[in-house]
Write a protein that binds this ligand. Structure first.
Ligand code: ZN
Ligand code: ZN
Length: 416
């Protein structure tokens, strides 16, 4: 038997209903903030990710699904959503036509990682990207969108963590001080971090290794190196969050796993998830558009891990939707009228389920039970002759015979 590849997962009902709920809620909220959907291809030129994410990152070094197509091009299944959106933004000349844009996207991303709880090789993200504004209040808005999304989905115990990564003016001094400090503590770092230290020292801050974390937390804090502009930016973000009543914590060691961030970065953390506890994250990327060959246009965005959100919602239990009316037609004669009746009910917004069976009532009721039907409609010869159907509530056992023309109104309160 052929199985799904390691690190991938089928999304089956009823779990797919949680996915729909998340997607619908996200779309609704993005609309509230004036964001519009963008859909980019699932694969891109490999160089796009090398240039945007950074050569010395785990993603580019180890985790990309890269392949040559039959035309000899090097292509990569997208490992994240921001670079493709920036690529599309430039390719379609938004900077010249209409620089200010608010986009959202949702879809699968791909990384070759060790599969573990809540982490897959094909995983799904929902995210936004804003191009144009450099104002700190846009950072606040982007954080507020996520906050609203979690609230609307009924998720509590979310912690908002923010930090500033500074800018090209102030980051070098911090970086220098950090490298100096890490070199002095080299033997306390894990092997990977000893390598990172020379090539990309900020990445050491991301290490999950306990020893490395201890070293990092005793080291220099970037917040003490911020230039006046960056400091002011951060203060404004904090003021904005306070104004909106969004609780947050500043973590001076928070960096994101990608090279392109500047100034504000943030993470939304949910404790129930254990080590992989980040549900949503992002930040400002004021130079990414330029680095990918465009003009100097600032940007900011976030991406949310749908699988992790599903884990949280799953643990909380699914709020069951009303099961469709389960139709039982007995004998070929009842089929024609039955089909017509079902369509009429659907015209009135009443969900109807039919299995394609016409066999004995006993067998069909057994199947209805197995399918968890709560309301069953039965039409056999007698009902057909009386122009009616029988409606049975499977939970209470209550039965009523209803005229064809009255079925919709009879059921409307149940399905409203
Ligand atoms: Zn700065
Ligand atoms: Zn380490």
């Amino acid at each position: 038997m052929i199985k799904a590849p390691p690190g991938t997962k089928d999304i089956l009902p009823p779990e797919s209903e949680i996915w729909q709920k998340i997607e619908e809620t996200a779309r609704k909220i993005f609309k509230l903030y004036g964001y519009r959907e963008i859909r980019t291809p699932i694969f891109e030129s490999t160089s796009l990710f090398q240039r945007s994410i950074g050569e010395v990152t785990d993603i580019v070094e180890k985790e990309m699904y890269t392949f040559k197509d039959k035309g000899g091009r090097s292509l990569t299944l997208r490992p994240e959503g921001t670079a493709p959106v920036v690529r599309a933004y430039l390719e379609h000349q938004f900077p010249q036509k209409d620089q200010f844009q608010k986009f959202y996207y949702m879809g699968p991303m791909f990384r070759y990682e060790r599969p573990q709880k809540g982490r897959y090789r094909q995983f799904h993200q929902i995210g936004v990207e804003v191009f144009g504004p450099s104002h700190p209040m846009m950072d606040v808005e982007v954080i507020a969108i996520q906050w609203r999304l979690f609230k609307e989905l009924g998720i509590d115990n979310i912690e908002v963590v923010i930090n500033s990564l500074g800018c090209e003016k102030c980051r070098p001094a911090y970086r220098e001080r950090l490298v100096e400090y890490l070199r002095a503590n080299r033997e306390r770092l894990c092997e990977t971090c000893q390598r990172r230290l020379e090539r990309n020292p900020l990445r050491v801050l991301d290490c999950k290794n306990e020893g490395c974390r201890r070293v990092v937390r005793e080291g220099p804090e970037i917040t003490e190196f911020l230039c006046e502009d960056c400091k002011k930016h951060m203060e404004q973000v904090e003021k904005g969050l306070q104004q909106l009543g969004i609780p947050y914590r500043v973590d001076p060691f928070l960096v994101r796993g990608l090279d392109y961030y500047t100034r504000t970065v943030f993470e939304f953390i949910h404790k129930s998830l254990g080590a992989q506890n980040t549900v949503s994250a992002g930040g400002r990327y004021d130079h990414l558009v330029k680095e990918l060959g465009g003009p100097d246009i600032p940007g900011i965005g976030f991406a949310l891990g749908v699988e992790r959100l599903v884990l949280i919602l799953n643990a909380r239990g699914l709020q069951e939707e009303k099961k469709p009316l389960y139709f039982i037609l007995l004998g070929e004669d009842s089929l024609m009228k039955g089909m017509e009746l079902m369509e009429k009910l659907r015209n009135n917004g009443i969900p109807v389920m039919w299995t394609g069976k016409t066999g004995s009532i006993k067998a069909q009721l057994r199947l209805a039970n197995k399918k968890g039907a709560s309301l069953v409609a039965i039409m056999g010869e007698d009902e057909l002759n009386r122009h009616s159907i029988k409606i049975k509530n499977m939970e209470t056992g209550e039965e009523s015979e209803v005229k064809w023309e009255e079925v919709s109104s009879f059921l409307s309160s149940y399905y409203s």
